[in-house]
Design a binder for this molecule. Structure first.
Ligand code: ZN
Length: 304
């Protein structure tokens, strides 16, 4: 069975788009339960100023907590090299930095143009290398932008190559705005693979228009091995209006299992994690079909 890594990003991408702050104890319970269900990588938060995103103010404490869980890869998002220094000091396993392919979105999101972000990538690559931390760059708005609309594929390839030259070790293609369709995913993954080779491992997809899982299948067929997802479909981008809803971890895990991929996840245990979020954020909409419908009769036996 082909192994696929499911990377939980709900604690970062999900919670940053919700105004309420989830208490630290609830975040810790979420991380512990999802890791116990077999999820091997969790992005626990981001190192941004607490004045900008108070929801992420406890990220260092979460890194310390998550590092106590054996076998879990602990990831944090950073907007710049200063954030990377804080992440490395907190002891993360991996740093993820967004690089928006739309310069307009980049200026709104991290207040830097492309040249400015490449300077931060080079500085972060040095910080990560010194700290022995993995460094990945997320090519954000790669499939389209709510400010600029169409994003040329040539530009995505060129900027990925520039980021690799600046020291990025791994890449994801991020559909920040939920614009992607399966044909486009297939095409852009192929083109970026030609540009940076096997360093492109990951897709970060949103389900804004209902194409999230169809886009996953397109990525699987092009050799993508890591998919970001958010428990209960929490998520969005505060600087990309109307872009809500990461792909749902529970539905993604069910689909991968049903298709015969190995994720290492116990589906029943994963479905039970949802109750922690529901209790900590009462009234917050949670998404996903599998949690409502339950697992198909016979699936457990077939997978056993
Ligand atoms: Zn996202």
């Amino acid at each position: 069975m082909t192994a696929i890594l499911l990377s939980e990003v709900g604690l970062r991408d999900g919670l940053q788009s919700i105004n309420r702050v989830m208490p630290l104890a609830a975040k810790q319970a979420w991380i512990a339960a999802e890791a116990a269900a077999g999820v091997r990588e969790i992005e626990v938060g981001s190192f941004v100023p607490a004045s900008l995103l108070p929801q992420m103010a406890d990220t260092a404490a979460l890194v310390a907590f998550a590092k106590g869980i054996p076998g879990l890869t602990v990831v944090a998002l950073v907007p710049n090299a200063r954030g990377a220094e804080r992440a490395a000091a907190a002891g993360v396993d991996a740093i993820s930095m967004p690089f928006s392919m739309s310069e307009t979105h980049s200026l709104k999101n991290v207040r830097k143009d492309h040249a400015g972000v490449l300077v931060e990538i080079a500085a972060t690559a040095r910080i990560a290398a010194d700290a022995g931390v993995h460094f990945a760059v997320g090519l954000a708005t790669a499939f389209g932008c709510t400010y600029e609309g169409h994003v040329p594929e040539d530009r995505v390839v060129r900027l990925a190559e520039a980021a690799r030259a600046a020291g990025a070790k791994e890449f994801s293609l991020s559909d920040t705005t939920g614009y992607a369709d399966p044909a486009q995913v297939r095409r852009l993954v192929r083109r970026v693979h030609e540009g940076v080779g096997a360093a492109l491992t990951t897709l970060h997809l949103h389900n804004t228009r209902g194409l999230g899982l169809a886009n996953v299948v397109a990525g699987l067929e092009e050799g993508i091995t890591t998919f970001d997802a958010s428990l209960g479909g929490l998520g969005g981008c505060p600087f990309a209006p109307g872009a809500s809803g990461n792909i749902v971890t529970e539905d993604l895990a069910f689909m991968l299992h049903a298709m015969g991929y190995d994720t290492g996840i116990d589906l029943d245990a994963l479905l039970a994690v949802r109750a922690i979020i529901a209790a900590a954020l009462p009234g917050e909409p949670l998404y996903g079909f599998t949690p409502d419908a339950g697992l198909p009769l016979g699936l457990r036996e077939r997978l056993a």
